[in-house]
Design a protein around this ligand. Structure first.
Ligand code: PLP
Length: 406
C-alpha cells in the first residue's frame, strides 16, 4: 500500500505544466470549486466583488467571466451575472431589490412562474404585488405608489403575445423614480435593445435562444449601472447562486450562431403564422410581427423594419419563433387537446428556442386577472415554438392535425 499512496499524491500534485501559449477559437473550459492562491497575502487581498481575480468557483472562473462579458455585449449592457435558470434571474432581482413592506408590479401577461413567485415567496416575505395592464401606461402609472420599488416589463407576453408600449411603460417608471426590470427572453438581445427601451435591468433565460439546444438551464442579469450590479451580485453571493461550467461551455459554443438561428426561427414562424391566419378553425393569430396582432404597432416601432412600411414584404424587422393561435369558440378544450396530440413533428413540451418545434395548449382565463379583463377571447389558445425543421414539413404537420378536427 505505500506504493499506492505515493501514486495517489503524484497524480494529484504532478510536476508537469503544459506549455503556455495554447490558442484556439473556442475559449478554454476552467472548472473549479477551489481556486488556489500563491500566498496567504494574495488570498487575503483578493476581492470577490471584482473580476480582477479569482476567489472561489461560485464567484467565477475565466470561462464564466467570458460568457458574462459576451451576454453583457449581447444585451448592450455593462455587467452580467449568470444564474442557474431564467426563473432564478427573476427571483434574484426580486430578492436583491425588495424588502418587507415594498410592492412590485407585474404585467398581467407576465411569464407565469414569475406571478407564482410573487403570490408565494414574495407574499410570505411581506412583499405585495399588483398586476397591471401591459398595453396601458396609464394603468401602470395609476398603480405606482410610494411602496413601489420594482416594475417588471415583458414584451411580448410569452404565451399570449401582446406587445406592449415598452418605452412608454419604462418612461412612466423612470419619471416616478421606480426601477424597471425587463424579461428579454423573447427579444434575446437581438430584436431590440432593452436598455435603450428604458429598462434598468435586463434578464434573459439563456435556456432559450442563447443555449439553442434545449439542453441547458441558465439565466442572466445584465445592468449598465455599477451600483445596481453590485447590489444584485452581493445578493447572489449570499444566497449561493452558481452555474455549472459544462453548461457555460455549451452556451459559449452556441452563442456565435444565435443571430442566424434566431432569424431562421423567425422566418419559419412568420410563414406558419400567416398560413394559420387563413385557416377557418383559427379565430385569431397572436404574432407581434403580423398586422392585426395586439401591439403590432409597438413591435413595429421597436423591432420592425427601418424605412417605408409599404416596402416591407412582411419579413422585415426581427421577432422570435414563437406565436399563439386562438381556436374558434366552437372547439372545446378536449378537441384542441386532441389537435395537439395529433401533431407529430411539434412535440408537447414547455420552453422554446431549441431545434425541435414545440406546442402547448393553455387555459388563458385561468392565468389572467378577471378584474383587469385584459383577455377577451373565449376560444382555447395554443402556443407554438417553431424549431429548425423544414418549414414545409411543419406546415404539413399542422395541416394533418387540423384535419383530424371534426
Ligand atoms: C419569458 C420567460 N422568462 C423566463 C423563463 C424561465 O426560464 P427557465 O426555464 O430557464 O427558468 C421562461 C421559460 O419558459 C420564459 O418563457
Amino acid at each position: 500500500m505505500p506504493c499506492m499512496s505515493k501514486i495517489a499524491t503524484d497524480l494529484i500534485h504532478h510536476p508537469y505544466q503544459p506549455p503556455a501559449g495554447f490558442n484556439a477559437p473556442q475559449p478554454g473550459v476552467y472548472k473549479a470549486s477551489t481556486v488556489i492562491f500563491p500566498t496567504v497575502a494574495a488570498m487575503r487581498a483578493r476581492n470577490w466583488k471584482t473580476k480582477t481575480g479569482y476567489t472561489y468557483g461560485l464567484h467565477g472562473t475565466p470561462t464564466s467571466f467570458t460568457l458574462e462579458e459576451r451576454i453583457a455585449t449581447l444585451e448592450g449592457g455593462k455587467h452580467c451575472l449568470l444564474v442557474p435558470s431564467g426563473l432564478a434571474a427573476i427571483a434574484s432581482v426580486n430578492m436583491a431589490l425588495l424588502k418587507a413592506g415594498d410592492e412590485v408590479l407585474l404585467p398581467d401577461n407576465v411569464y407565469g412562474p414569475s406571478k407564482a413567485l410573487a403570490e408565494g415567496e414574495l407574499k410570505n416575505w411581506g412583499i405585495t404585488h399588483q398586476l397591471y395592464d401591459p398595453m396601458d401606461p396609464q394603468d401602470l402609472h395609476a398603480r405606482i405608489s410610494t411602496r413601489t420599488r420594482l416594475v417588471w416589463l415583458e414584451a411580448p407576453g410569452s404565451v399570449t403575445m401582446e406587445f406592449g408600449p415598452l418605452e412608454e411603460l419604462a418612461a412612466v417608471c423612470r419619471k416616478e423614480g421606480v426601477t424597471t426590470a425587463l424579461d428579454n427572453t423573447w427579444g434575446a438581445g437581438l430584436a431590440f435593445n432593452g436598455f435603450d427601451a428604458g429598462a434598468d435591468i435586463v434578464v434573459q433565460a439563456l435556456t432559450k435562444y442563447p443555449s439553442g439546444g434545449g439542453d441547458v438551464l441558465m439565466g442572466s442579469i445584465v445592468t449598465r449601472d455599477d451600483a445596481l450590479h453590485q447590489q444584485i451580485k452581493l445578493c447572489n453571493m449570499r444566497v449561493g447562486w452558481g452555474v455549472g461550467i459544462n453548461d457555460v461551455e455549451t452556451v459559449l459554443r452556441s452563442l456565435p450562431s444565435i443571430a442566424l438561428r434566431y432569424r431562421a426561427h423567425d422566418l419559419a414562424a412568420r410563414q406558419l403564422a400567416r398560413w394559420l391566419q387563413g385557416r377557418t378553425e383559427i379565430a385569431q393569430v397572436q404574432h407581434p410581427a403580423l398586422a392585426g396582432s395586439p401591439g403590432h404597432g409597438h413591435w413595429r416601432a421597436l423591432c420592425g423594419p427601418a424605412g417605408d412600411a409599404a416596402q416591407d414584404d412582411g419579413n422585415g424587422g426581427l421577432a422570435a419563433g414563437l406565436f399563439s393561435v386562438v381556436f374558434q369558440d366552437s372547439f372545446s378544450m378536449a378537441e384542441v387537446d386532441a389537435f395537439c396530440d395529433a401533431l407529430r413533428l411539434f412535440k408537447l413540451g414547455y420552453s422554446w428556442g431549441g431545434p425541435v418545434s414545440l406546442v402547448v395548449p393553455y387555459d388563458i382565463p385561468l392565468m389572467r386577472s378577471a378584474a383587469l379583463g385584459t383577455w377577451k377571447h373565449k376560444g382555447v389558445l395554443v402556443r407554438f415554438s417553431v424549431g429548425l425543421e423544414a418549414v414545409q414539413d411543419l406546415q404539413a404537420d399542422l395541416a394533418q392535425a387540423l384535419g383530424t378536427l371534426g
